[in-house]
Design a protein around this ligand. Structure first.
Ligand SMILES: [Zn+2]
Length: 81
């Protein structure tokens, strides 16, 4: 992502928002790009911690997709405080 990027910066049709735009400009919020980069970074760290075990990475993704895992995290956070 370019520094100074903002949603709709490449728009050439003078639209104020994505639903007015007819030139296919990128209206993705900068925050989304930041979060995507963070997810990639964390996935890389997790991959290293798991010793490059792709099967373990798949298991981790499966766990993260389950709501139960999120609930467990909340419990752990509450336990720490
Ligand atoms: Zn446009």
């Amino acid at each position: 992502m370019d520094k100074g990027y903002f949603a709709g910066m490449n728009c050439t049709c003078m639209a104020y928002s994505e639903n007015e735009c007819c030139c296919d400009a990128d209206w993705t919020e900068p925050e989304i790009y930041k979060l995507r980069e963070q997810v990639k970074e964390y996935a890389g760290v997790a991959y290293q911690l798991l010793g490059g075990d792709t099967a373990a990475m798949d298991d981790l993704y499966d766990m993260l997709r389950e709501d139960k895992f999120i609930d467990d995290c909340d419990e752990w956070i509450e336990d720490d405080t």
